[in-house]
Design a protein around this ligand. Structure first.
Ligand code: IPM
Ligand code: MG
Length: 370
């Protein structure tokens, strides 16, 4: 029986509340098997800044590198609006992504049948939706240098962010996109802005060449990222896997999330390269939603994205596809019974708390295991 070591980083705001529900799911699998999970917890984000003056400590980064997977809640909140830029809560998350080289961020947008009415779009537009936004996560304007605000000495300042992509960075995320598509509906849509950005020109070139060389069996389509955003809300079912850079991926995945009814529904997996020797890859799993400070501490947050993120860990880190499917089925069954957290409430449904939603999903898991 395999044992996997998890580092839990609940973070700020609703992070600890939704993580509490994941811990119950971990306990469930520890009882039922087939694998065992050990967990350790650490601070990240604003709470870490309060305790240590940084958004993540070196010790925690080392633990994250050594763990079989990191399960991450959320960071940030108005309390830390004034902390120095390098110590802001988000810096902890960005450092983890960079130091663990988690270049591939998989953000699936799936509309559960019971939630087709919760979307701001018409039922027929979103019903049955199942797409993946694959976001490049360690390059682009998030990390490019220089990144500064310079004083020009004449009462003006100049802010500089730099968008940088090397061939290898585009190629490796492209590979992940084509491999994912092969196991799905075999279509990749690559999004960039080659009409205004050099990085877009290279992105397009490298994707085209990689496709030609290694993935001719997959359908490749190119779209300008602004048109892609429009198409995502016009007819999202035309897509299968969308591959795009760090910044466009950030924007487009929020759009994709809202198609599903609520930001509270979208899980994500951030993966590194597979190690040639150990065959393992570093990984961090986090809900796409943030720390939602406005509802933190009230017990009303939706734990589904966090629980589904743990489901992605089972699938992508531990090869437990059947157990991951169980989690998805338990979530779907709970929603089908009409239970809703406040963010996805609709007429005729029962509004429940974070822990009630967790309990209901656990009850479905128990039933599926019986
Ligand atoms: C996300 C978030 C982060 C990002 C923030 C919290 C730094 O919006 O994961 O989408 O911009 O990448
Ligand atoms: Mg975002």
């Amino acid at each position: 029986m395999a044992t996997h070591n998890l580092l839990l980083l609940p973070g700020d705001g609703i992070g600890p509340e939704v993580m509490a529900e994941v811990k119950r799911v971990i306990d469930f699998f520890n009882k039922k098997g087939p694998d065992k999970f050990t967990t350790e917890e650490a601070l990240v984000g604003g709470c870490c800044y309060d305790a240590h003056g940084v958004a993540v400590t070196d010790e925690t980064v080392a633990k994250a590198k050594a763990a079989d997977a990191v399960i991450f809640g959320a960071v940030g909140g108005p309390k830390w609006d004034k902390v120095p830029y390098d110590a802001r809560p988000e810096a902890g998350l960005l450092r983890l992504r960079k130091d663990l080289a988690l270049f591939a961020n998989i953000r699936p947008a799936i509309v559960y049948p019971a939630l087709a009415e919760s979307s701001s779009l018409k039922r027929e537009v979103v019903e049955g939706l199942d797409i993946i936004i694959l976001r490049e996560l360690t390059g682009g304007v998030y990390f490019g240098e220089p990144k500064t605000i310079n004083d020009l000495g004449n009462g003006q300042k100049r802010a500089i962010d730099t968008q940088v992509y090397d061939t290898y960075e585009i190629e490796r995320i492209g590979r992940v996109a084509f491999e994912l598509a092969r196991k799905r509906r075999n279509k990749v849509t690559s999004m960039e802005k080659r009409n205004v950005m050099k990085s877009g020109v290279l992105w397009n070139e490298v994707m085209t060449a990689l496709h030609e060389r290694e993935y001719k069996d997959v359908q490749l389509e190119h779209m300008l990222a602004d048109a892609g955003g429009m198409q995502l809300v016009r007819w999202p079912k035309q897509f299968d896997v969308i591959v795009t850079d760090n910044l466009f991926g950030d924007l487009l995945s929020d759009i994709a999330a809202t198609l599903t009814g609520s930001l509270g529904m979208l899980p994500s997996a951030s993966l590194g390269e597979v190690d040639a020797k150990t065959k393992k890859r570093r990984a961090l799993y986090e809900p796409v939603h943030g720390s939602a400070p406005d509802i933190a501490g009230k017990g009303v947050a939706n734990p589904i994205a966090m629980i589904a993120s743990f489901g992605m860990a089972l699938r992508y880190s531990f090869n437990l596809g059947k157990q991951a499917d169980m989690i998805d089925q338990a979530i779907a069954a709970t929603l089908a019974k009409g239970l809703r957290t406040a963010d996805i409430k609709s007429q005729g449904c029962k509004v429940v708390s974070t822990s009630e939603m967790g309990s209901a999903i656990l009850a479905e898991l128990e039933a599926l295991a019986a």
